[in-house]
Design a protein around this ligand. Structure first.
Ligand code: C2E
Ligand code: MG
Ligand code: MG
Length: 713
């Protein structure tokens, strides 16, 4: 690159006038000075040009030429300013640049004052231009290319604009604190969330002051400010984020999250999570409550119990397992909406029955409930509550003119006596309930240590029983029934036997109730019915077959079909089949059962009332459904030598005669008993005296010999 162009006219001209010696030295000095000046000008980072009073260029540097894209060969010292302009027009520099280049502008013309201004050249570059007049005339112009600087500034400005827009449009409130812990940024959303004004939270405030203000303005619920500030500080210093929920005075909830910033300081965001929180709460409530009654469910109950047991100060507790009696009948009779309504009523009554608000009443599903009774002094307190519950739940439920009845059975386990953990206590309460139920309804039972062994035994029985039917382990025995008047065997009762390889011969009294509870009785009863009909079909045509039927079979639906099918397959006439039902069947409030029985009775099937006198002492049901036979329970026959019992038996026999119902005495073991029954006018007798339950073949033989006897007689 060439050196700075210096106009030689004035300076070099003066040099010539000097002589030798000092003049030469001066000339040398001048030359050196000139060179230094040129070098300085050339090495400036700015563009520079200087003109004399005649508007001729004295000097310019390379930067100047480059900024304006001027040709160094044309633009050099001595050129007149006007010629530079002409040159710029020749090489096509646009007017704007030309004006900048010209650069004299008004200030100079007006009063030769210095001027500085900024110009964007036609090539897009931005230059800051300053013109300065020189005392001896002429001027100097300096051009600084600030393109990069301006671009960076614009970019920064844009960045700020974007940041502001982002802040303003965030759905979250935001606060930013400096490394010194002072508030430096706060967005509008934060103010909106707090329903506050910018003036409430001036920049520069500390975290502590901010919290004080938020509590003071009754935006945040009161908090321990020092602790809060300390926690945040500790987390941030450890480089960790910290988030928490903040309850607002107006009921909303904010989620606050604080994060340290890379260069020190930290940012906090605030999110309104009220709706989300409520939805979550609803979900948790749903997960922990029974939707029908709104009572805690099993999992919640477990939680409460675990908590109570984990509390070192917890005194004795009572855990109740509760189950409704006859609830299924309500459901069957009145329909599920009525059943639901009744369950809600029971829930309310139970809540009412527990005295302490601390006590927990839960519904486990169906008609199963459970209760934790707190603060008891002993078993007596639990017993009091149990009695109260049995009484309250047992009262009638009236809805839309209907009256429904259920009862409550309760099993009670006491803490700490009956167990130390929730599982054991609940199982034991269940066990006690189970026992209570097997002994009669509407009762409460406390857990006793022997119960679990019994329970295990019972479970094993259930398992074995389930497997016994496919393994053909059941048999039927037949016990003859005597017509007392004629002395003839008129039929037999089929009695089920379970010949278990492991248990030996199991009495129906032991397995029928279990089969009833597990539901197996439906299949088992169906099998007995078919088997009995097949056997009877081979008997003389005047012989009847009595088959015992459980309430569960009749209620199961499809019972009538099962009877009809057994008759059809065996070819037995319907009037030779007698179904023995117990009073509990008649007590069932559902019409479905009575409808099934009448349907069968309509076909000619006879209905006998078994174990008469042991159940409900009401004869009202005899009006609702007429039966063909009454079988007086053998407990009465056993005590026939007692005057009062004999009176009862005679009355029942009289009643039968009155209603045209056959009366059969069960369990007749002695001649004396039979004699007395004959005298009282009893129709039929059954018992060891007449014949023990026997195999089908033995029974057939007996009937054949009787037939032979009759023929010969
Ligand atoms: P239940 O229907 O009252 O049957 C009469 C029971 O009395 C039979 O007991 C019978 O063996 C017994 N027994 C008969 N005569 C005498 C006697 O003179 N003295 C004494 N002490 N007992 C006598 P078992 O066979 O043990 O049956 C018990 C109960 O099991 C039956 O009572 C009946 O309710 C039920 N059961 C038997 N088989 C079936 C069945 O196939 N289905 C259903 N659902 N229940 C059945
Ligand atoms: Mg019977
Ligand atoms: Mg009986």
């Amino acid at each position: 690159m060439p050196g700075a162009h210096v106009k030689t006219g004035s300076v070099a001209g003066r040099r010539r006038t000097t002589g030798i010696g000092p003049a030469r030295r001066i000339a040398e000095e001048l030359r050196a000075q000139n060179e230094r000046f040129s070098a300085a000008v050339e090495n400036m980072s700015h563009g520079l040009c200087m003109f004399d009073a005649d508007e001729r260029m004295i000097i310019c540097n390379r930067n100047y030429l480059d900024i304006f894209h001027l040709d160094a060969r044309v633009v050099k010292p001595g050129i007149r300013f006007f010629d530079i302009l002409q040159h710029s027009v020749d090489i096509g520099i646009a007017s704007q640049s030309a004006a900048a280049l010209y650069g004299i502008r008004k200030p100079y013309i007006d009063g030769a004052k210095p001027s500085t201004y900024e110009e964007v050249l036609s090539d897009g570059h931005t230059v800051v231009i300053s013109h300065r007049p020189i005392a001896v005339g002429g001027w100097v112009s300096i051009y600084e290319d600030v393109t990069e600087q301006r671009r960076a500034e614009a970019e920064l400005k844009e960045q700020h604009r974007r940041f502001d827009a982002a802040l303003a449009n965030m759905s979250q409130g935001l606060l930013m604190y400096s490394a010194e812990g002072r508030l430096i940024v706060r967005n509008q959303r934060f103010l909106d969330l707090c329903n506050a004004k910018a003036a409430d939270f001036p920049l520069g405030m500390t975290h502590g002051q901010m919290l004080e203000k938020l509590v003071g303005l009754r935006i945040f619920m009161p908090i321990e400010i020092d602790i809060e500030v300390g926690k945040t500080k500790a987390a941030l210093e450890a480089g960790q984020s910290r988030s928490s929920y903040r309850e607002l005075v107006d009921g909303r909830t904010l989620f606050v999250s604080r994060r340290p910033l890379a260069g020190g300081g930290w940012v906090a965001t605030f999110e309104d999570v009220t709706e989300r929180r409520r939805a979550e709460e609803r979900m948790t409530h749903l997960a922990h409550h029974d939707t029908l009654t709104n009572l805690p469910n099993r999992s919640m109950f477990r939680e409460c119990l675990d908590q109570a047991l984990g509390d070192a100060n917890a005194g004795p507790l009572a855990i109740f397992s509760l189950d409704l009696d006859r609830f299924k009948a309500v459901n069957d009779t009145f329909g599920h909406p009525a059943g639901d309504w009744l369950l809600k009523c029971v829930a309310k009554r139970l809540q009412h029955a527990v005295r302490s608000s601390k006590d927990v009443v839960a519904r486990f599903g169906g008609d199963e409930f459970a209760i934790i009774q707190f603060g008891i002094k002993g078993a007596a307190d639990a017993e009091k509550l149990a009695k109260r519950i049995v009484e309250i739940v047992g009262k009638p439920y009236r809805d839309k003119g209907r009256e429904m009845h259920v009862g409550a059975s309760l099993g009670i386990a006491l803490y700490p006596g009956d167990g130390h953990d929730a599982d054991t206590l609940l199982t034991n309460a269940d066990m006690a309930l189970y026992r209570g139920k097997s002994e009669g309804r509407n009762v409460y039972r406390f857990f006793e240590p022997g119960m679990d062994a019994l329970m295990r035994e019972r479970r094993a029985l259930e398992v074995d029983l389930e497997a016994a039917l496919p393994k053909r382990e059941f048999e039927l025995d037949f016990q003859p029934i005597l017509n007392i008047g004629s002395g003839d065997i008129v039929g037999a009762e089929a009695l089920m036997r379970w010949r278990s390889p492991a248990r030996g011969l199991v009495s129906p009294e032991n397995f029928i109730p279990v089969a009833e509870e597990t539901g197996l009785i439906v299949q088992l009863g169906d099998w007995a019915l078919r088997k009995a009909c097949n056997v009877a079909a081979n008997w003389p045509p005047d012989m009847r077959m009595a088959v015992n039927v459980s309430a569960a079979q009749i209620k199961s639906g499809g019972f009538a079909r099962s009877v009809i099918s057994a008759l059809a397959f065996s070819g037995l006439a319907a009037d030779r089949l007698e179904l023995e039902i117990t009073e509990t069947v008649m007590m069932d409030e559902s019409d479905a059962v009575l409808k099934t029985l009448s349907q069968l009775r309509g076909l000619g099937v006879r209905i006998a009332l078994d174990d008469f006198g042991t159940g409900y002492s009401s004869l009202g049901y005899l009006r609702r459904f007429p039966v063909d036979k009454i079988k007086i329970d053998r407990s009465f026959i056993r005590d026939l030598d007692r005057r009062d019992t004999a009176a009862i038996v005679r009355t029942v026999i009289g009643l039968g005669a009155e209603l045209g119902i056959i009366v059969t005495a069960e369990g007749v073991e002695t001649e004396a008993q039979l004699d007395m029954l004959r005298k009282a006018g009893c129709g039929e007798a059954q018992g060891y005296l007449i014949g023990v339950p026997a195999k089908a073949a033995d029974m057939s033989r007996l009937l054949r010999s009787q037939a032979l006897l009759r023929q010969s007689g």
